[in-house]
Design a protein around this ligand. Structure first.
Ligand code: SF4
Length: 480
């Protein structure tokens, strides 16, 4: 009991028995498997950094339930300071990992479910909040990592859940029993799912009365019977198994590690059910979770970008271009774009507010603006990094050729830039840049925490365009 270290987190995963598949293999021990260790390492850092004096203030706080010291990833925000510290924490961790560290999704789910269950109970006389607080206490005291499982496969996007040809296109209740419910369906691209202790499952969109069986929220341990994880492929993922340098970021990987989670007639006891048919609260839960997670993106992505800017600068030095005015200008542009994202995350945190239950959430309009900016600025930052790197980003020989007894000397000779930087150093920087700007990492910035259109919908809902029209009418002296 109490806060775990990274090593204790790894040991705790080994005591679990989740059903995981990856490229035709049934994975028995993910902690030792090269396809998973970078993701486990990144998540483990959320435990280890909490024990480092330098980061303690950001990564730990006090439980409002028990007064005990807890890891911030299990905390319910109760002030603006909590919201801002979350952003600073994500940036600090992102600087160390250069990759997604996964634990924020469940953290944001905990905060969303905490406030929504309170509101459901007030309106419907249910007791979801009490149940949830009990689980939250266990998560805090055991320092558990929880995935936030929201996105359904969705089938035909033009149809609501209840009208789908395949009823499992959205996860739903198939049976209500005396001791709990049985659910069927799946949740798609769930970050950190395979190396979490449990899943917090939430509905994915607004629902009508016809969709009541789809308005369901619950918690299951990662190894509950019928829960099956199918791990997704990533750019260059076979490099995890056959090389080190070519991975670019061998310790922490490219992205968080996403899985399709199948729920095949999974039983959930009532004590872990937090919404069961209250379709009128489904959208509230989606919006609060989405706001919390979109708030994050100017934190973690800025941390990653700090490392990417550093890699771009080092590579320019290794190639002798770092003094050129256009290179320095591009580095400044990268900083400007990155800090703009950070400003957005800090702003939506400072403009957060208290919910009826007493917890705090970020400003939804500004949080959605933050994430929409990430879908653009990160691509521009990546474009500038690739511009600085040059064509070697796409053509550099592999690690095995660098180490080959016959041709290694040629790779070394012709991959060298300036005289005092070894060719291997330049190659390592090229590979890090490649990992951070090519492929899956970029797609994650586009679609993680919801696709751009999801942010536009929420921005339009929050924008109060009628108020803006009234302002214009007043200025132009137009009668109402
Ligand atoms: Fe956390 Fe960022 Fe990864 Fe989301 S993308 S889980 S906010 S590190």
């Amino acid at each position: 009991m109490g806060m775990m270290t990274g090593e204790q987190y790894r040991e705790s995963l080994q005591r679990l028995n989740p059903e995981i598949y990856y490229m035709g293999e049934n994975i028995k021990s993910l902690v030792d498997h090269p396809a998973f260790t970078p993701h486990v390492n990144a998540a483990a850092l959320t435990y280890d950094m909490a024990g480092e004096p330098e980061f303690e203030e950001l990564l730990t706080t006090t439980s409002h339930l028990t007064g005990e010291k807890i890891n911030r990833f299990t905390h319910i925000h109760h002030s603006h300071d909590d919201l801002v510290k979350k952003i600073k924490m994500l940036r600090a961790i992102g600087q160390q990992t250069g990759s997604c560290f996964q634990r924020c999704v469940g953290h944001d789910g905990l905060n969303a479910v905490y406030s929504v269950t309170y509101d459901i109970d007030k309106k419907k006389g249910t007791d979801y909040h009490k149940r949830f607080v009990k689980l939250l206490g266990e998560i805090q005291s055991q320092d558990l990592m929880v995935s936030g499982a929201m996105t359904d496969p969705k089938g035909d996007r033009s149809l609501p859940p209840s009208k789908q040809q395949d009823p499992d296109a959205y996860l739903h209740i198939v049976e209500r029993k005396d001791d709990g419910i049985v659910v069927n369906g799946a949740k798609a691209h769930i970050t950190g799912a395979v190396n979490s202790h449990g899943h917090l499952v939430m509905p994915t969109s607004a629902m009508t009365e016809d969709d009541a069986n789809y308005a369901v929220c619950f918690y299951v341990p990662v190894d509950a019977p019928g829960v099956i994880h199918i791990f997704g492929r990533q750019t260059n993922d076979t490099r995890k198994c056959d090389c080190v340098i070519d991975q670019g970021n061998p310790e922490y990987g490219i992205v968080g590690g996403e899985a399709l989670i199948v729920f095949d007639k999974v039983f959930v006891p009532w004590e872990h059910v937090f919404m069961c048919g209250e379709h009128d609260f489904a959208y509230e839960l989606v919006e609060r979770f989405a706001t919390a997670h979109r708030q994050n993106y100017g934190g973690c992505k800025t941390g990653l970008t700090d490392a990417l800017i550093g890699a771009s600068y080092l590579l320019a030095e290794a190639q002798g271009t770092h003094r050129a005015a256009h290179i320095r200008g591009k580095l400044v542009d990268m900083v400007h774009l990155s800090e703009t994202l950070y400003c957005c995350s800090v702003a939506c945190s400072c403009q957060g507010f208290a919910m009826p239950v007493g917890s705090y959430m970020a400003d939804p309009l500004l949080a959605n603006v933050t994430k929409l900016n990430v879908t653009r600025n990160i691509y521009e930052i990546a474009r500038l990094a690739q511009d600085i790197a040059g064509g070697v980003l796409a053509t550099t020989p592999g690690e095995t050729d660098l180490k080959d007894p016959r041709i290694g000397k040629y790779v070394d000779k012709y991959m060298k830039g300036v005289a005092d930087v070894p060719a291997e150093t330049r190659i390592r920087l090229i590979r890090l840049l490649e990992a951070m700007t090519c492929g899956t990492a970029l797609a994650e910035s586009m679609h993680g925490a919801g696709s751009p259109q999801a942010q536009r919908i929420m921005i339009e809902r929050q924008a109060n365009l009628e108020h803006k029209k009234r302002l214009a009418r007043k200025l132009a002296k137009i009668d109402e």
